[in-house]
Ligand binder design. Structure first.
Ligand code: NAD
Length: 256
């Protein structure tokens, strides 16, 4: 379905981003990976799906590096057809104790980076008359949790940006939608499991049960593969008129 198209997925060396990159690659899209840590492993996983893969290590908190990545991707593949704004970090603390530097980093990486990548990707999509922008927000783009002020603020902002991007392009073939996962067991969440296990003196398994039980009625994690399939749907012809939605895959979290 996506053969000949190119998808750039930010923060795709791990977790949800890698899951989405692989789902799009399975549909034939060439992939530009981004993110920190091991690069060769994720590159090989995506290349193994029979598509071309490139990597750019832009730090998504740095607008100049984002600009360089977008130029690199366009130079390598001609155009970015699908942009997935996924890179994100977390920090958990009450507002009065929240480190200012962590606030700034979360707003830059989880929110402003999506604005920068979107503004740089849109002109070529508009000229081509087709494009897909998928923002990985969170159930925290819809509802809040204590001790996650920067994250909740950034993710609500991403949902707002999604709606504006969708509206400004509503009469064109360029759509923008958000994915709002509940708990997904990635390194980002494992850190929160570890913190709970340490604070309560319980096992990893017990901490996972508590974490899910507090928020997610299904008591199950959503998987990167499931989120990847939602991204594929947003790229499909059936989703031509799906514009500006924030679609939660959260085990009933936001239904409560
Ligand atoms: P993860 O830690 O597994 O992956 C995050 C990715 O972003 C990694 O590839 C990392 O290298 C990259 N990254 C971090 N800082 C970066 C920077 N400054 N520049 C470039 N890349 C950077 O986390 P994840 O759980 O897969 O999270 C991916 C997205 O999904 C995030 O936006 C997160 O907020 C969102 N999300 C996660 C969950 C969850 O339960 N895991 C739930 C809802 C939303």
């Amino acid at each position: 379905m996506l053969r000949g198209k190119t998808a750039l997925v930010t923060g795709s060396t791990s977790g949800i981003g890698l899951g989405i990159a692989k789902a799009l690659a399975k549909q034939g899209a060439n992939i530009v990976l981004n993110g920190f840590g091991d690069v060769e492993g994720p590159k090989a996983e995506v290349a193994g799906l029979g598509v071309q893969v490139a990597y750019h290590g832009a730090d998504m908190s740095q607008p100049a590096e984002i600009e360089d990545m977008m130029k690199f991707a366009a130079g390598r593949f001609g155009r970015i057809d699908i942009l997935v704004n996924n890179a994100g970090i977390q920090h958990v603390a009450r507002i009065e104790n929240f480190p200012v530097e962590r606030w700034d980093a979360i707003i830059a990486i989880n929110l402003s980076s999506a604005f920068h990548a979107t503004r740089l990707a849109l002109p070529a999509m508009q000229a081509a008359g087709w494009g897909r922008i998928i923002n990985v927000a969170s159930v925290h783009g819809l509802v809040a949790s204590a001790e996650k002020s920067a994250y909740v603020t950034a993710k609500h902002g991403v949902v707002g940006l999604t709606k504006v991007t969708a509206l400004e392009n509503a009469t064109s073939g360029v759509t923008c939608n958000a994915i709002c996962p509940g708990w997904v067991l990635t390194p980002l969440v494992q850190k929160q499991v570890d913190a709970k296990a340490a604070a309560l003196g319980v096992s990893n398994e017990a901490a996972i049960k508590l974490l899910l039980g507090e928020k997610e009625p299904s008591l199950q994690f959503t998987t990167p593969e499931e989120l990847g399939e939602l991204a594929v749907f947003f790229c499909s012809p059936a989703a031509n008129n799906v514009r500006g939605v924030a679609w939660n895959m959260d085990g009933g979290w936001a239904a409560q």
